[in-house]
Design a protein around this ligand. Sequence first.
Ligand SMILES: Cc1cc2nc3c(=O)[nH]c(=O)nc-3n(C[C@H](O)[C@H](O)[C@H](O)COP(=O)(O)OP(=O)(O)OC[C@H]3O[C@@H](n4cnc5c(N)ncnc54)[C@H](O)[C@@H]3O)c2cc1C
Length: 426
Amino acid sequence: MTESDNQGARIERADVVIVGGGLVGSALALALSSLPLRIVVVESQPRESVLQAPKPAEQVSDFEPRVSALTEGTRRLLEDLGAWSSVEAGRCCPYRHMHVWDAEGTGAIHFEAAELQMTHLGHIVENRFVVKALLERALERPQVTWLDAEQVRQWRPLKANGAAVMLRDGRWLEASLVVGADGANSRIRQWAGLPTREWDYDQQAIVCTVELSASHEYTAWQRFMTSGPVAYLPLRNEAGSDRFASIVWSQDVAEASRLMNLDEGEFRSELGLALEHRLGEVVAISQRYAIPLRQRHARDYVRPGVALVGDAAHTIHPLAGQGVNLGFADVAVLADEIRRGLERDLPPGHMAVLRRYQRRRKVENLSLMAAMEGFKQLFGRDELPLRWLRNTGMRWLDGQHMLKNRVAAEAMGVTHPLPRFGPLES
Ligand SMILES: Cc1cc2nc3c(=O)[nH]c(=O)nc-3n(C[C@H](O)[C@H](O)[C@H](O)COP(=O)(O)OP(=O)(O)OC[C@H]3O[C@@H](n4cnc5c(N)ncnc54)[C@H](O)[C@@H]3O)c2cc1C
């Protein structure tokens, strides 16, 4: 339906407008596409750049530096949305073990998929394969209109419930619900006046891809130093090589800047040392990126006609590898609440619907963020009593198989399963 406003500019209507078609926004479009709703996604990336098939990876520079550790909960959601088979067919590396240890002592924990009667603990995937798989599916859905190479420039609330966003050409799109899936620096969050609680970690994450002289053993490796954790996340290329890994090395700002300024050979040897050469030598390394780390949490995720999902609502330290998994859980719960609302004749932007979404997600997001903060504090301090506490604690937990498996199941997102959708009918 198209109307004109007082200035004669065209206004179009949808039920839900999703601003941002990244990992989380595209998953939400698909999750809502099984409901009787008209959905519009506005995404600034041109679709061709997302749909382009990456060339087979033969060297470190062929991998995208941004990868995610997808939990089993997320894998099931992507399966329901019909996107998992494409993700799996891309460069997707299952990991069967996770080894975490303290640089300052003897504390270590080893998680094992077999102990949980699982074939894997999770999967490491380059973000572009997930976005591509979701976009391909979304473009097949008649309920979804995908406006790419487009940008939302303004937002306004509507008197009669809902909200509107202005596109580049001045056109307004009205909807019962506008969803901010526009990432950590969300403009929707700012325009809608949803304040955040945020602070700097005073750390940067150095992100790159490496080639190793030994197999990564399908294990996610993480070593905690007082200056920050270093993680080696296993990757697999099309030829099945098990010698590539994605590095996320979080360090205090001064140390990160020193590491970024090292020449390639020096950085490779420091990186090998940081993991105590457990995976042999680092034989090749891609370009390095330093990403400032900031914790953010919107005090409210919703207001009438507006909801935030994914990084727009919360960003956390990458040490848990949970960031996007929390975003996918937002998607599952928001879609579930919208479905329940429709059953009661409530439109998607109704506060009764949105408040339920916020209640269900905020508690979980906040408790994980608090746990991560505690973890970071515990491992970021050098005092002897704290070193003793964490090393003794890790050794103790490693010996408590039932408890350890519960911790692993929680981190895998299988303890409290997400609402299921599908499979989506084609
Ligand atoms: C170093 C590092 C390592 C990480 N590792 C992990 C990990 O191992 N596991 C994990 O789960 N998470 C990880 N994360 C977090 C993860 O990358 C994010 O949680 C995830 O990318 C958030 O997805 P999103 O869709 O919410 O936001 P984004 O990926 O930021 O997507 C936002 C989208 O909105 C679009 N957009 C923005 N503004 C507009 C506008 N005005 N108009 C139109 N479009 C717009 C953008 O083009 C973009 O496509 C990591 C993060 C960092 C920094």
